[in-house]
Design a protein around this ligand. Sequence first.
Ligand SMILES: [Zn+2]
Ligand SMILES: [Zn+2]
Length: 479
Amino acid sequence: MKKISLLIILLLLIGCQNKEKLTPLHVIGDLKTEFDMTEFYDGHESEFESIDYKSDKLTAIDAMIFYDSLDKVYEDNIIYFVSEDGFMNAIDDKSIEHTFIGYSKSNGCVYHSDKHPPNSGIRQIAEIIIVKSSDEINYEYGLSIIDGNKDTTLHYSIGQLHLLPYRILPYLDGVSKKVTDGKTYEVKGMKQKRVLSLNDLVSEDYDLALLMTGEGDHEYLLNDGYIEIGQTLNYIIPESYDIYNDLKGIMINPPQTSVMDLYDDVIMHLDQPVMVIFIDGFSNHQYDYMKNHMKTYLNTFTHEKATSVFKPVTNAGFAAMLTGQTPKDNGVLDRSFRTLLSDDIFSYVTDKGLTSKLIEGNVKILDTSIDPVLNLDHNNNGITDDEIFTSAKASLDSDFLLVHFHSLDEFGHDYGPLDERTLNQLLLLDTYVKDLSESWSGYLLVVTDHGMHKTEDGGNHGEFRAEDILIPYLRRNDE
Ligand SMILES: [Zn+2]
Ligand SMILES: [Zn+2]
């Protein structure tokens, strides 16, 4: 009997106006994936019940079951119920067990609780916003703003962005025209977008800003635009109709140099032999620490603060270095890409009739135009950099030599970027650099692909934050 009545309710719910009414219920904010109402109903059919609500009946489900089904970014959140007429209630997620989210024809979507004060009840819910309530930061979701001068990162979660005083931008979608009785009638179709401007989010003055997206854009912002807040973020420039999808972050006061500058730098100096020493995972924070606390050969180099690309991982940083192009243009967005869509520096060197060599560890990272010289860990000390160093020493007759050391990144992952063991490894690499440099009379650069941030159990990189994105770019002083 119960089954039949439930079935009827569900049929009503799904088949009738209920579904249409419920579909516009948007759950937004700090979620990893978009909430899907239909999917939720399909998965929880048997958990809906009919409860009394004022003089009405609600088809309802325990709010906790609903909340648990959300793919949340953070453990602890505040739930904001927003009604169609703008009322908004904030309720702690810890207190929602045995309260209800339901629907009735006359009241629309309803939040109902006997535990909370009466004003907790809210009808005609248009939107539910999930907003983190802890200080925890997950840089994979939301918007990060790096200050390139101060090396700091400001982070807003998507939920937090939805609580800021955003504006509604009527964004022109298209113009349609129809000729009726010889006269042209025109309609401008627009879409309302929730937007914030960068100035709404930062208090510092800045002259320049640089945006990076998950699609590999690396763009200096010359025109004012808006950050569109949705489940993912976009950057819109109304003046030119440019939209950058999947905005990952913006850097204000960005350095002038980027990892992509290596390409031109090498080309400009090919009138002499060029050596590039690539120390994987060397953050600008580490460089600063080294400069201030350690005695190294590298301290004698001219230093420029530079930016990596998004995603700050080896494949993307290395590809940007070798092609001088953004990830969007060279096609290498993250670790899953190996094929370069634009020519690399080795093919340029080869075309000039010069020789080049790429000295690598035990794996080929990208499909470069020349095959790398791979080096196995022959002495089984867990590191290939000693073999790479020996291999580099045997290749000093090349016109262009690129030597890729890996151990700083490995130590950074294992122990953290500023751990004593990691810094000792940096000192060892410093002796390799000194040795190679002393046997090289040409042009010499020391560069890296991305930085490294500290984690609870070591270090990592790949996020839009100052430690991962800001890197050193070092030139030997030849005067
Ligand atoms: Zn790397
Ligand atoms: Zn790494």
